[in-house]
Design a protein around this ligand. Structure first.
Ligand SMILES: [Zn+2]
Length: 126
């Protein structure tokens, strides 16, 4: 099957039900929707804390960890470096869904697959 470059590409099925592909397309080979990147492993929800250029961002993931000695949960947080394909627009404060993938760089093994919620701008404060 031959495909002319530059034409509209239909997003691939990345094998995760319930996740909508982005409306934009891109030419990033490391995009799970339009490139060749395969996602497998865990899905993580997190909040964007820092966006840099060069298609990377830092996501804060908060989760509960069970401590059996006290039979309670403790809150833990973890910062995750992620790859952001150009078809997905994120800002600091957005909630995003990450999928695990192969190591893309020394510290990056996750990719943003969709935006769950934009930062609420009606939080007072000018
Ligand atoms: Zn893409």
């Amino acid at each position: 099957m031959s495909q002319a470059g530059g034409a509209f590409k239909t997003p691939r099925n990345i094998g995760i039900p319930g996740v909508k592909p982005p409306e934009k397309t891109c030419n990033d080979p490391k995009c799970p929707w339009h490139g060749h990147l395969k996602v497998r492993g865990v899905l993580i929800e997190g909040m964007v804390v820092k966006t840099r250029g060069r298609k990377t961002a830092i996501i804060l993931h908060e989760y509960l960890h069970y401590v059996s000695k006290y039979m309670r949960y403790e809150r833990r947080r973890r910062k995750i470096h992620v790859h952001v394909p150009p078809c997905i627009d994120i800002r600091e404060g957005d909630r995003v869904l990450l999928a695990e993938t192969r190591p893309l760089a020394k510290t990056i093994a996750f990719v943003v697959i969709s935006v769950l919620g934009k930062k609420e701008s009606s939080q007072g404060g000018a």
